[in-house]
Design a protein. Sequence first.
Length: 256
Amino acid sequence: MSVASGKPIAIGVLIIGDEILSGRRKDTHLAAVIERLAPCGRQPDWAQMIGDDADRIESTLRESRQAGGIVFCFGGIGATPDDLTRASAARAFERPLTRHPEAERRIIAQFGEAAFPHRVHMADFPDQVDLIPNPVNNVAGFYLENHFFMPGFPQMAHPMLDWILAHPLASLGTLDYREQSLWTIGVSENDLLPTMTGLCAEFPDLKFFSLPIGQGERRLIELGFKGESARVTLAMEALQHQLEARGVPYQHKRPD
């Protein structure tokens, strides 16, 4: 699945909920997406956390809809007053908010009379969506235009994410993607700037990264490239050659 330019389709993660921004709960959704995309040679292109604000949710979804790509959305599809995602999505995708008969049937099958009067509202989705099955409590998520809406509870959302990747996104495919790095010892990023700049110019199709930690003789910098496997191999060979020519010590694994 690719966009018309031939570049891989962009993948985004949208995490919704005041509890994440306030620190009352820690996000685990981004890590779950990263873990599941890695075997496909993919990673998220962007991630965003926003609060329970209907206008912001709507505007964010309008922007992601216009940009295209795949978006995994977590949170705000419950039945309490702070669950605003379903209605905001309906406005963002310019569809009426309607009761989905199959989603309603599943809720009633799960909860019986206790489905009324409140739980059935969790079957109110933008019109003409498809359902994401929820193996925990049978309250479905939904998807439309490559936007996938799941609850904020990880024990529900992450099995639903597995289903998405195995079914509607089964054709996503695997990219020829690789990340490789090494660790320099006892030098600063400033010392290595000419090397970094030159390699970035030589390999403009790859993403370069530099992650320093520590100080002085114990200063470590993780240097590496990510992108097409064969090109990453060439770039790493060039990096090692330049480090050796300058007498910069390095290791392939992080030093103890």
